[in-house]
Ligand binder design. Structure first.
Ligand code: GLA
Length: 390
């Protein structure tokens, strides 16, 4: 049974009738532009063919009942309990329920109707793996409430409300990349987003390459602490640099030359964090022109450089991610390999010549197992469509 059939069957068991609708929203993998979305930089993600599915129907009263198949748990809340982040029983909502509840909260704040619903949901985006399982849950529920609420928002607007839910309800100060990719994904396309203007375009990936996602299986819960600290360091760097460059609003406005000239003014750790961001924004811009001109070798080299920077300057890698990247970079057909997403565990993204992709995946799995004793999950990813109703 596939996932939409499974959530549908479980819905029928729980609620005694088939669901009225099923929504799907994908996870994402990011090729380049890491930890720059909240610095107004450029990102290059693609929606993947792994997704969250929500089977849902309108509820008869004002109580929203959610069944999370992956946790084997239920949560019930109403508009009255939403603000306090509790269920009807007065107990705090479990972590998993804060994503859909946060979406309801953000939509209501924006003045949109969010009729109570009964829902069963499940995901094959692995949690805590850097593939944005939380954004996929948020966007799937965004589509569910859009369907029942009778309003319609452009996907980017839904993405912004999902980000708001995560920033202000869940408490992770994330940027817009994940919700954007989950909402706006296009089959067989990379998405290039300017995180300042929110203008974006779809780019074709050359036929001759595959995107291979390699899961270290190491899960380090994206502690909002570690992530929020990194973001705070970037903001601190901007405040310091503003005394010399009064016109800047974010690290996006600082050129690598200006940064080199002024970096001695920054506290050591802040300097490392900001250097990653300034250089990564420059790298992404350069990479985009390389991609447009079909220079995959050059593009891959910048992915490799990104990993080094995330490891040594931003300090969000771990031994298993480094091992996965090192093995990958030694294999035939690999243009570039690096950790993807927030880091601290999870997945790497690999750009691999299509004719080598299958062998690459197999050899990488063996090499990683030999180095770490862990059995990874590796698959060739397909760029998929953004959040929609099935
Ligand atoms: C997480 C966040 C994104 C982005 C990445 C790092 O996935 O949700 O907004 O900051 O980390 O690039």
């Amino acid at each position: 049974m596939n996932l939409p059939e499974a959530v549908s069957a479980i819905f029928r068991q729980k609620f005694g009738q088939p669901p009225a609708f099923i929504a799907r929203a994908p996870g994402r993998v990011n090729l380049l532009g890491e930890h720059v979305d909240y610095n107004d930089g450029f990102v290059l993600p693609t929606a993947i063919d792994r997704a969250t599915f929500v089977a849902f129907s309108p509820a008869k009263n004002d109580q929203t009942t959610l069944w999370a198949v992956d946790f084997d748990q239920q949560a019930i809340f109403s508009p009255e309990t939403l603000e306090a982040k509790t269920g009807l029983d007065g107990a705090p909502l479990p972590d998993w329920a804060r994503y859909p509840a946060g979406v309801m909260w953000a939509l209501r704040q924006a003045g949109l109707e969010t009729p109570a619903l009964n829902a069963v949901f499940a995901s094959n985006v692995p949690r805590g793996s850097g593939l944005s399982s939380s954004a996929s849950v948020e966007m799937a529920f965004g589509v569910a409430w859009q369907t029942l609420g009778g309003w319609s928002l452009p996907p980017m607007e839904l993405a912004k409300l999902g980000q708001r839910a995560e920033n202000h309800y869940v408490g992770v100060n994330c940027g817009i990349m994940d919700q954007f990719a989950s909402a706006c994904g296009i089959e067989n396309r990379l998405l290039l987003l300017d995180c300042r203007s929110l203008e974006w375009e779809a780019l074709a990936l050359p036929e001759s390459v595959s995107i291979v996602v390699a899961d270290t299986t190491v899960r380090r819960k994206l502690t909002s602490g570690e992530y929020n600290n990194r973001r705070a360091a970037c903001e601190e760097a901007v405040r310091h640099l503003q005394t010399h460059l009064p016109g800047i609003r974010s690290l996006r406005d600082v050129s690598p030359d200006d940064f080199n000239r002024l970096s001695a003014q920054l506290p050591t750790q802040t300097e490392k964090r900001a250097r990653h961001v300034v250089e990564e924004i420059a790298r992404t811009q350069q990479a985009i022109s390389l991609l447009r001109s079909g220079d995959l070798t050059g593009f891959g080299a910048l992915m490799n450089a990104c990993h080094v920077s995330l490891r040594d300057l931003y300090e969000v890698s771990c031994a298993e991610l480094d091992a996965m990247v090192e093995v990958a970079q030694s294999l035939p057909g690999c243009y570039g390999a690096r950790l993807t997403g927030a880091g601290f565990g999870g997945c790497t993204v690999n750009l691999v010549a299509r004719e080598h992709a299958e062998t690459f995946a197999q050899t990488l799995a063996e090499g990683y197992r030999a180095r770490t004793g862990l059995a990874p999950e590796i698959y060739i990813s397909k760029a998929s469509a953004g959040a929609h109703l099935l």
